[in-house]
Design a protein around this ligand. Structure first.
Ligand code: ZN
Length: 265
């Protein structure tokens, strides 16, 4: 019994160690004695990395720490280390997160409502809503399951999850959320959440135009009923920082209010 336990523990340890990290840092030794410090993105999405290096008897070609964007499955040089003393060493500290942490949202942009012209939907919860939007600039549009969801701004599809088929009014169900993320030209991201199973009509890498139908709404994930959760954010090392996006509401630009319905022109 004890031996079995020990063996299974060893197996798990080996298995965990064998798993590839999302982002890894390594060095390539050059003939002249310098070291190229490299970072590799093993995932299918853009990653932002911040690499700090504690140097002993070495110099770095780049000011530290270095911030870099790593395209999916690509590697990139972070800096070059050169020994300047007989005894030298270095120690890297790596932080990373998916998305572009250097993005700055263009606050002049006026977003389109996320549905077809002539249609109207009620805002179940607005910016800083007390139910689940505290501290977040997110909108919940009340929509029957299967409603066509439109892109609010031009962009490129960054990530798609559409395989889940469950939802419930509890955080326990967050892991079953289906979503589409679209990246805009300023690096910000729009999150279209709770879409129905297989309800994504676009795939990663697709170009979308504002107004294009990109998804069918649903109630997957942490949802008390069918609706579209919509949020525009920029990524930072501490996570998603939502932005106070303005929308085209009739003839003027503004922020949709909880309890109101808005017809799209
Ligand atoms: Zn929401």
């Amino acid at each position: 019994m004890r031996l079995t336990l020990l063996l299974s523990f060893l197996f798990i340890t080996v298995f965990v160690n064998a798993q590839k990290k999302d982002v890894e840092v390594f060095h390539q030794a050059q003939d002249d004695g310098t070291l190229f410090i490299m970072a590799k993105n093993n995932t299918d999405v853009l990653q932002s990395v911040v690499v700090n290096i504690i140097l002993k008897g070495m110099e770095s070609s780049e000011p530290l720490p270095v911030t870099k964007l790593l395209e999916p499955k690509k590697e990139s040089r972070i800096t070059i280390l050169k020994p300047v003393k007989k005894s030298y060493s270095y120690n890297t500290q790596l932080s990373y997160i998916k998305g572009d942490i250097t993005a700055n949202h263009n606050d002049q942009v006026v977003y389109q409502l996320p549905y077809k012209s002539g249609e109207s939907y009620k805002i179940d919860q607005g910016y800083n809503g007390t139910s689940t939007h505290m501290g977040k600039f997110a909108l919940d549009f009340h929509m029957d399951e299967g409603t066509e969801v439109c892109a609010i701004r031009d962009g490129v599809v960054f990530e798609v999850q559409e395989s889940n088929n469950r939802g419930c009014p509890s955080n326990d169900c967050s892991k079953f959320n289906n979503f589409i993320l679209v990246r805009h030209d300023d690096g910000s991201i729009a999150d279209y959440s709770h879409i129905k199973k297989n309800g994504a009509l676009v795939k990663t890498g697709d170009q979308v135009k504002a107004g294009d139908v990109i998804a069918l709404s649903g109630s997957t994930g942490y949802a008390s009923g069918p609706h579209l959760h919509l949020e525009v954010y920029v990524m930072r090392l501490n996570g998603q920082n939502s932005v106070k996006a303005q929308y085209q509401l009739g003839n003027s630009a503004g922020i949709p209010k909880e309890g109101e319905s808005y017809r799209k022109n």
